[in-house]
Design a protein around this ligand. Structure first.
Ligand SMILES: [Fe+2]
Length: 307
């Protein structure tokens, strides 16, 4: 465990130069909404002709990114190619997916014990100028929620890499899920305790909620989607919430739980990304997960209504 030496006050009031503070484990910092950067990227990235090939790709109409499914090695969302080009894209995205998985398995073994690798993506559009419908825009603050791939209470861990050879990628982050839930939860519309299976199952514990590849949304997924759409259309939040700017230079990787910290992708072109659904039972701080925080708010609301 990493320790930092800090001068601090002692009981006698004299500063002790050897007093130590302990940095919380990476899992706890990530689960609480930190973004952790790795520069240079700790695994091999495409170079030369392979990098040029990736940066020349174009996203097909109706798609946000070029997508790779590690379960079947299928790529989708690109402008049509020859079979040879499809093979090359599949191989490059497959290599990226394997390298991220190997690195994260060593870095965060407790998650790897029960995660579901989700999609990897190639992001070739300039974020600052791309035209997307409002709720699909990346440059507005939001927490991630995937309409077509419900997590059913699992958390969304994402690894990004800026593969632009020359330009940085710029993000903004703002309030945590806990803070936004407190402020806007009731307005977004909390699930009711007696009307959904999800809450009843949460009451029996988080184990069993996480069922990979089940496409039916739970009330948790529905709430996260409502929150996602609400925040992107909330001028008050977009214009007044405190922001921190992040500048990710070429060759930098960064990790975050994108359901824990509100974020916006402001500028940048050419990035690789990989998502993982992390099972609740493998979390370091399961009681602080968005699903658990939402459940506590629902319980508190139903108790106060019954009183
Ligand atoms: Fe996002």
């Amino acid at each position: 465990m990493k320790k930092a030496r800090l001068a601090g006050p002692t009981l006698t009031g004299i500063k002790d130069p050897y007093m130590t503070t302990t940095t919380p484990p990476l899992e706890e910092r990530l689960e609480r909404g930190e973004i952790t950067t790795f520069a240079p990227c700790p695994f091999a990235l495409p170079t030369g002709d392979d990098l040029a090939f990736l940066t020349q790709q174009q996203v097909g109409a109706g798609h946000k990114n070029i997508s790779f499914n590690p379960a079947n090695h299928a790529v989708s969302g690109f402008v049509s190619h020859t079979p040879e080009q499809v093979d090359r894209l599949q191989n490059l995205m497959g290599d990226f997916s394997q390298r991220v998985q190997a690195w994260l398995t060593a870095l965060l073994p407790r998650y790897a014990a029960g995660w579901q690798p989700d999609r990897a993506s190639l992001r070739t559009e300039e974020e600052a100028t791309r035209r997307l419908r409002l709720t699909a825009r990346n440059d507005l603050l939001h927490f991630d929620a995937f309409p077509s791939r419900p997590t059913r209470g699992a958390r969304i861990l994402r690894c990004y890499v800026n593969i632009n050879p020359t330009d940085e990628r710029v993000w903004a982050t703002s309030d945590s899920f806990a803070k936004v839930l407190e402020k806007f939860g009731a307005t977004v519309g909390l699930p009711t305790r007696d009307s959904n299976t999800w809450v009843r199952r949460l009451g029996q514990g988080l184990l069993g909620l996480f069922q990979p590849n089940v496409l039916e949304r739970t009330e948790y997924d529905e709430f996260m989607l409502r929150l996602h759409h609400f925040l992107k259309t909330c001028d008050d939040f977009q214009e007044r919430a405190a922001r921190r700017l992040w500048h990710f230079p070429p060759g930098t990787a960064w990790l975050l739980f994108s359901d824990a910290i509100s974020h916006a992708e402001l500028r940048g072109q050419h990035a690789l990304e990989h998502s993982f659904f992390v099972a609740p039972e493998t979390l370091a701080l399961p009681a602080e997960s968005p699903a658990a925080l939402l459940d506590r708010m629902i319980c508190a609301n139903s108790t106060s209504r019954a009183a």
